[in-house]
Write a protein of this length. Sequence first.
Length: 431
Amino acid sequence: MAVLFRDFFYLDPEMDKALRGDVLVENDRIISIGKDLAFPDDGAEVVEGRGGRLLIPGFVNSHTHAAMTLLRGLGEELPLKEWLEERIWPVEAGLTAEHVYWGTRGAIIEMVSTGTTCFSDMYFEMDEVARAAVDTGARCCICRGLTGNDRKKIEEGIELFKKWDRKGNIRVMLGPHAPYTVSPETLKEIAVSAASLGAGVHFHFLEAQWELDYLKDSFGMGPALYLEKSGLLDTVSTVLAHCVWFPDEEIESLAGSPVTVVHNPSSNMKLGSGHAPLNEFIRGGIPVSLGTDGAASNNRLDLWGEMRLCSLIHKGFMKDPTVVGAREVFRMATVEGARSCGFESTGLIREGWQADLVVVDLEQPHYIGWSPENLPGFLVYAGSGSDVIGTMAAGRWLYRDGRFPGQDLHGIMKEISRCRQDLVSRFSSGR
Ligand SMILES: [Zn+2]
């Protein structure tokens, strides 16, 4: 199957400016970019851009819990610890495989309609998340969230890796939940297993201020030493969600390590956790990607919102409009995210790379005045998810002109609301 995007603007690999030309996709890859490309074989689809449409790489939501769409709105406006202990964990205790499947299908609908082609998910019943991704064509990196010190759960994470890693568009990591839910010994065991499997590790780290005190009081260590001792700096890839309270003076110790920081600005702001030292991570050369976190703490799954907020909050808090620029933020939301999930040749519009592409409608009032040179600023500061009119992952349309090809939106919505009702009623009846 081939798709020719004819006379489109597209974002160059440096995310610096827009170029104009044709982009040819065959099967799952971009095979050619240039002027006046030859019309492909019979049966190919031609999409006309006429200079009013833009192709950008698909967004990567680098840290989420997709099925938390079913928990959206529960425990609003509570601090992290109370929110988790009183409202989220008791409800999650009633989650079934069916809930996770439909909650994830709902999340994928939201994400692809705003241009996200790939998500990195930590949750339970991960076979169902993989199944939802396969059934929709979305790309994902999954890990089983591990809490407690039960060896059985580690084995489940390893089994998940063996079963799904590199099957189609799926990658798998090991997913210890956080320093306060997993002991250092278990964490070490997970890190060693991950290193020997060649799997990455996805971990919540220093989301709230009390976690910093917890590391000091419980283990007598600062964050850098804790990461080193736990083995998380000896993996092929360690993805640390949040790092809001990572001390500035310890950031340089992460340089050259396998760590990527996932910045989740909306969730951090909404839970009152604070803001990560993003500019220090960038200046220290630590890779950063962007995530929404779960829908219960964001409450959107829209990377456009994260890009805008990310760029604005750091300028505001630092009283410096030159930091965290639009081009940088766009790279975090695309190619850096794909790399952090373990996908090679994904996240840029480049020949031979994966055809994870988003069509943006530039013929809207808020794009008046854009030019190929100023486009990144227009996208990050003026753009929104509603500008997306088409989303393709690995050469397959997942969203097009308000429709989800091959998916029964009405039927999916019915299943999601049934699961939500079921889940919340289990909680209120004390189960
Ligand atoms: Zn999270």
